[in-house]
Write a new protein. Structure first.
Length: 186
C-alpha cells in the first residue's frame, strides 16, 4: 500500500514487466492508480540471482480517479550493450550518473529524450500511456536499442566475461529449478 502522497521505487525481475494473466492486470492497475513515471532497466545479476535481469520502477501514489494517472513512462536502458560482473566490473554509483542527471528529480516534467530518429542509440526514451496500453499484454518490457554484441562479432566481450555470464545464467536456471522443486514438495 502506498499513501496517495507517497513515492516508491521497486526492484522487480523482467518477467513482471511482460507476463500475462495476473501480471498484466497488476501493470494496468499500476498505470491507472499511480503515476508510473520511470523505469530503469538494469544489467543482468545486479539485485537478484545471477543471470536474472532486474528493473527499478518509480511511481507516485495518487488519489482515486476515473482517468489513469500515468500519462507517460520514461525508460532508461542501462542494460543493452552494458556489461557488469560482480567481481571484475561491479556496478558503481558513477555508472548511473547519466540516469540520475536525466531523471531530473527536481523537475521531472522538463525531461528531454536522448533517443530520436537521428540518435537511435539514445538510452533515455519516453512512451505515452496509450502506446503502452496498446502493447501486447500491456508489456513494459520495451527495448529499442540494438544489442551490438549480436550484430558485431568482432567486438564481443572478453572470453572470461562471456564465460562468467554463461555460468551466471546456468546458476540462475539451476536456482529457478530448485525453487520449483521446493514448491512442489510443499
Amino acid at each position: 500500500m502506498l499513501k496517495t502522497t507517497g513515492f516508491a521505487a521497486v526492484v522487480l525481475p523482467d518477467n513482471v514487466l511482460f507476463e500475462g494473466g495476473a501480471g498484466e492486470t497488476v501493470r494496468k492497475k499500476l498505470l491507472e492508480t499511480t503515476d508510473l513515471h520511470t523505469i530503469l532497466r538494469l544489467p543482468t545479476g545486479i539485485f537478484y540471482a545471477n543471470g536474472v535481469k532486474a528493473n527499478v520502477l518509480f511511481f507516485d501514489g495518487k488519489p482515486s480517479s476515473k482517468n489513469p494517472w500515468t500519462k507517460e513512462v520514461w525508460i532508461y536502458d542501462y542494460r543493452t550493450n552494458i556489461h557488469h560482473t560482480l567481481k571484475k566490473n561491479p556496478l558503481k554509483l558513477e555508472d548511473l550518473q547519466d540516469f540520475i542527471n536525466w531523471y531530473n528529480p527536481t523537475n521531472r516534467h522538463k525531461r528531454k529524450q536522448t533517443w530520436s530518429g537521428t540518435n537511435p542509440d539514445g538510452r533515455w526514451r519516453k512512451f505515452t500511456y496509450d502506446e503502452i496500453i496498446a502493447r501486447d499484454k500491456t508489456s513494459l518490457d520495451i527495448i529499442w536499442l540494438k544489442d551490438k554484441s549480436l550484430a558485431d562479432l568482432d567486438n564481443l566481450p572478453d572470453p572470461d566475461e562471456l564465460a562468467e555470464e554463461i555460468v551466471e545464467n546456468l546458476e540462475a536456471g539451476i536456482e529457478s529449478f530448485r525453487t520449483i522443486i521446493a514448491a512442489l514438495k510443499k
